[in-house]
Design a protein around this ligand. Structure first.
Ligand SMILES: [Zn+2]
Length: 296
């Protein structure tokens, strides 16, 4: 996961038709005339063009990556962070239907995270209070910032599922990965997010490890085997190129995996029997210098 500053909403969400649709849904819930009106059937008024407009904007913001697992895709679901039709943890909850078109509630999410794992799960901390629609709500209540804005609702509810768009989001405090690509929670929210979205599923773990081996282990091994051919200056230049390449992955697929692995990079190299580097080896000194220079 990676902190995202969302900025202006997809323009289509200001569309009168969508607003009318939302008002109809709200009215139906208040009067109870059609309490089971399916939001999804009316979502974007069934207009593929509207849906595409939203997903393109989300893909751009998230660099084509799933908001939770960070795997790259050309197509992702427009997922509702707070589920719009039902809540798994509370079968009497009608879902957060009033934020069905709220920009801060829409995330680009892959089919695995969304449809295989997350579904309608939205657990809260024990100290959180779940926001529930009441028939006493007026049309204006549905637009209140404390009922619609991500950070405002979070203060009340204390959700366990992390959201890349929440204020002061720092994923490194919540999830770390080992060199085999397997995530571990560093906080209750981190562990819950891994569980809810299946971030430790074998396909993802395997893919992360393959990427890590392909870019880091292979490159370093080639480098290590040939290091005697170079003087210190040349070696340092080569190391800088290699470590810059590693750092460039911070914006790519699995950025959190790369960041948490790289913070342990020196440890990984020096403790690895493949490299057999003693503390007085000239490569040891140069790697430390380069890591310091690149703030790795
Ligand atoms: Zn995903």
């Amino acid at each position: 996961m990676k902190k995202i500053n969302k900025g202006a909403k997809a323009a289509i969400l200001n569309n009168n038709g969508l607003q009318q649709n939302l008002n109809d849904i709200i009215q139906n819930r208040i009067t109870g005339t059609q309490p089971k009106l399916e939001h999804s059937k009316h979502y974007y008024r069934g207009d593929k063009h509207n849906h595409n407009h939203v997903i393109y904007k989300l893909l751009e913001l998230y660099n084509k990556k799933c908001a939770f697992c960070e795997k790259e895709y050309n197509n992702l679901d427009v997922d509702h962070y707070r589920p719009k039709d039902a809540v798994f943890e509370d079968n009497r909850h009608s879902g957060y239907f009033w934020i069905g078109y709220e920009w801060s509630n829409l995330l680009p999410v892959c089919k695995s995270c969304n449809q295989d794992y997350k579904k309608t799960q939205f657990p809260l901390k024990k100290t959180g209070k779940r926001l529930k629609f009441s028939t006493s709500w007026s049309q204006n209540d549905f637009k209140k910032v404390e009922f619609t804005n991500l950070d405002n609702i979070n203060k009340l509810e204390k959700p366990l599922l992390l959201n890349p768009e929440e204020k002061d989001f720092n994923p490194k405090k919540h999830i770390k990965f080992n060199r085999d690509g397997i995530p571990t929670g560093l906080s209750v929210r981190g562990s819950e997010t891994i569980r809810i979205c299946g971030l430790d599923n074998s396909t993802l773990n395997k893919h992360r490890k393959e990427k890590f081996d392909e870019i880091l282990v292979t490159s370093l091994l080639i480098f290590y085997r040939n290091h005697d051919l170079y003087n210190d200056e040349r070696l340092k230049d080569e190391l800088l190129i290699l470590f810059q390449k590693i750092k460039s992955n911070f914006n790519e697929e699995y950025s959190l995996f790369w960041k948490t692995s790289v913070s342990d990079l020196q440890h990984f190299i020096f403790d690895n029997p493949l490299f057999n580097l003693k503390s007085d080896h000239r490569l040891t000194k140069l790697i430390k210098e380069v890591c310091l220079e690149l703030k790795l």
